[in-house]
Write a protein that binds this ligand. Structure first.
Ligand SMILES: Nc1nc2c(c(=O)[nH]1)N[C@H]1C(S)=C(S)[C@@H](COP(=O)(O)O)O[C@H]1N2
Ligand SMILES: [Mo]
Length: 319
């Protein structure tokens, strides 16, 4: 058992889960290390299935509108450090996540739309124009990374769905299969993982449906075959492995909001000045270098999104 001193940035991560789970995680530490080591065994990359049918589509052309002022996080760093509670409440889930079957994969579009439909991931990708975007990602636990995501504008998905005028929100849902995703056997969580945004947020330039990363189809631990990226919001809003997208007139209650509404609200826009009830959001630890840097309002994306919130004074926008 490794004994080390706790660094400042480590405190939020251990506090970010309810106490009973945090305790459980400490006992899991040795197991997690063992899993990380065994992921180096041959065969790891080929577990659960054959080549991805979209492999030939990547890399895609980069959209230069979205610039980074920091280096891209090395793929080997963030592909071994993930939040994906379906596979465990710790960061070393990359090996367990390889059990997720990603073909066939269907996405149901329903709710307040002209005509509900179900579409396979490959038919959906074929209809969309793929591009690469370099995005920052700021987890509520006060770590951050930068990733070259590939995918398509969420706005194009909204257009495909043809929402009715009464639709005010988009609710997104992750797969549910506890035989494969052992984290879903944790009955105290309100599975499936759910997230939501307003229609205006979904139509914002930044809202991005992600199907690839690092010039390849999306790795399973990143939320294959399709996830969301909302870089101005805390990372938990960027829901993974989506199977259902519903248009609704009612503000969705997200997975984390259901668990701890006092700590994780609907808007969850990044703001260094608004503390999480249990820790400061002023700084972030950069994955890869462990450098500590100041966090920016809207994670530095104010020019794209600040106008979305000017009429929402008084709401809890930053939690
Ligand atoms: N379905 C699902 N989506 C999820 C999560 C999760 O546990 N389950 N974790 C969220 C959190 S807290 C973060 S920080 C990001 C992590 O994305 P990454 O593993 O690609 O870094 O995914 C988000 N999406
Ligand atoms: Mo997160």
């Amino acid at each position: 058992m490794l004994i080390k001193s706790l660094k400042g940035w480590e405190i939020p991560e251990s506090l970010a889960t309810p106490e009973d789970i945090a305790l459980n995680r400490r006992t899991l530490m040795t197991g997690a290390g063992a899993i990380a080591a065994s992921s180096l065994l041959p065969g790891f990359a080929h577990a659960a299935g054959s080549a991805d049918p979209t492999a030939g589509l990547y890399p895609v052309k980069r959209n230069e509108t979205f610039k980074l002022s920091r280096p891209i996080t090395p793929e080997k760093v963030n592909s071994k450090y993930n939040n994906f509670y379906e596979f465990g409440s710790h960061k070393q889930i990359s090996r367990a996540a390889q059990a997720l079957p990603i073909r066939p994969w269907e996405i149901k579009i329903d709710g307040l739309v002209e005509k509900p439909f179900t579409i396979s991931i490959d038919d959906l990708i074929a209809k969309m124009s793929l591009e690469e975007r370099l995005y920052r990602h700021r987890c509520v636990e006060a770590w951050s990374m930068t990733v070259p995501w590939s995918g398509f504008a969420m706005r194009d998905l909204v257009a495909l769905a043809k929402p009715l005028s009464g639709a005010k929100f988009v609710r997104l849902e992750t797969f549910q299969n506890k035989a494969i995703a052992s984290g879903q056997q944790a009955f105290w969580y309100p599975w499936p993982y759910v997230e939501g945004v307003t229609i205006e947020e979904a139509n914002n330039d930044l809202a991005f449906m992600v199907t690839g990363a690092y010039g390849k189809p999306l790795a399973k631990q990143f939320g294959a075959p399709i996830r969301l990226a909302l870089p101005w919001k805390y990372g938990f809003k960027s829901i993974k492995s989506i199977v259902r997208i519903s248009f609704t007139d009612t503000q969705p209650v997200s997975f984390w909001e259901k668990i701890t509404p006092r700590e994780y609200g609907f808007w969850a826009n990044v703001n260094p000045k608004v503390r999480h009830p249990r820790w400061s959001q002023a700084k972030e630890r950069v994955l890869g270098t462990n450098e500590e840097i100041p966090t920016q309002l809207f994670n530095g994306y104010g020019e794209f999104v600040a106008a979305l919130y000017t009429d929402k004074e008084g709401q809890q926008l930053y939690l």
